[in-house]
Design a protein around this ligand. Sequence first.
Ligand SMILES: CC(C)(COP(=O)(O)OP(=O)(O)OC[C@H]1O[C@@H](n2cnc3c(N)ncnc32)[C@H](O)[C@@H]1OP(=O)(O)O)[C@@H](O)C(=O)NCCC(=O)NCCS
Length: 212
Amino acid sequence: MKIIIRHEESKDFRKVEEVAREAFYNLYFPGCAEHLVIHNLRDNKDYIKELSYILEVDGEIVGSIFYTHAKIIGWDGVETKVISFGPVSIHPKYHRMGLGRKLITHSIEKAKKLGFNAVLTLGYPYHYEPYGFKGGKKYNVAMADGNFYKGLLVLPLYEKALEGVSGYATFTDVFETPQDEIDRFDSLFPPKKKQIQESQRIFEKACVELDN
Ligand SMILES: CC(C)(COP(=O)(O)OP(=O)(O)OC[C@H]1O[C@@H](n2cnc3c(N)ncnc32)[C@H](O)[C@@H]1OP(=O)(O)O)[C@@H](O)C(=O)NCCC(=O)NCCS
């Protein structure tokens, strides 16, 4: 298996979106928005191109990770710039083979080299704890409602990178995708059936789990 991690080129755009759609479809809600998020992200001011990668297996694109600028807004109004990743995905055919790990560690190492301070992401702790991420409470990073959530994961990239920081996380508005825009974009892809499935219920529950 020949694995290559490289930056995306414009000729890859459609394939990358198709693979993300395969990975996310019906997982968190009926259908998915991630292929549209990726599509919109590339032209967004918050996009960090030099940290975003795709992964190929034997010449075929099977995964991607996208980074954006994010902020921790202090309760005193002082802003700390941080970075965030997501969507990250691997085609379901290739799950649990260490490919996601390769993409995530590769990009984190690059982020360290570029001098970024900390990575924030939203998701299941079990996906990100293997890389040292911890729930935001440990670093005093809440969500805008003031609560600490298990699904807000924080990784300082060097010692004391978040020392003295305390506040709430804000992410790029590129994640806000109206349903009609999703539906229009999704209709440009091969038909897929929207379904309600157990993973969505699990996700809904996970989204409100507090980090106490
Ligand atoms: C998240 C995702 C990218 C992981 O990719 P992957 O290639 O399957 O992950 P890896 O094989 O590299 O796993 C690395 C480690 O992460 C953890 N992990 C990954 N998937 C897991 C799962 N379903 N359950 C529990 N732990 C998991 C494990 O610790 C794993 O190490 P191990 O296999 O030695 O136990 C992939 O599952 C995916 O595309 N999911 C759908 C999209 C998604 O949910 N993305 C994340 C939200 S943006």
